[in-house]
Design a protein. Structure first.
Length: 160
């Protein structure tokens, strides 16, 4: 009897740890920390999590469950930054977008050598509300999307 209780306890501890690992890097705090770390490097203030924007992002993510192609489009909560890759977590998606920084030329306020609009949205000074969503797609990939309010990447304006 004691051994059965011990095995049951070990099972639940293991299940709890597995759940923590599966959810790691995908909580609202994870998305906020990842964004704010990138923003702090250029002197931009922090973002806050917005449940309305997050609900919109999650609803959109669910619509994409059949196809996890990369997407970059606009919506009612500003610019959507999305990515689809196997086992992608929220923090890695933000790091991927921030990795476009070398393609942004601040002096010319333009992209060089490729894409930079994901990066400029992450650091857009006027974007203060963040909401993100994530789904596992039918093809086995993971779709991560973040929305910003107010949105950024306004032509003729600098992100910071």
């Amino acid at each position: 009897m004691k051994f059965d209780k011990f095995l049951l306890a070990v099972f639940f501890v293991g299940l709890t740890l597995l759940a923590h690992l599966l959810l790691a890097q995908n909580s609202p705090q994870d998305y906020i920390r990842a964004h704010n770390a990138v923003r702090a490097k250029v002197g931009v203030g922090p973002m806050i999590w917005n449940t309305t924007v997050a609900a919109y992002a999650q609803k959109y993510a669910k619509k994409r469950i059949r196809d996890c192609n990369m997407v970059h489009s606009d919506g009612p909560y500003g610019e959507k930054l999305a990515a689809g890759y196997p086992d992608l977590n929220g923090v890695d998606a933000v790091k991927m977008w921030a990795g476009e920084k070398p393609n942004y030329n601040y002096a010319k306020n333009s992209c060089v050598n490729g894409e930079c609009l994901h990066y400029t949205q992450v650091v857009w000074r006027n974007s203060v509300h963040l909401g993100c969503g994530r789904v596992k797609c039918k093809n086995g990939w993971v779709f991560v999307i973040c929305n910003y309010d107010p949105y950024g990447n306004i032509e003729g304006q600098r992100p910071y």
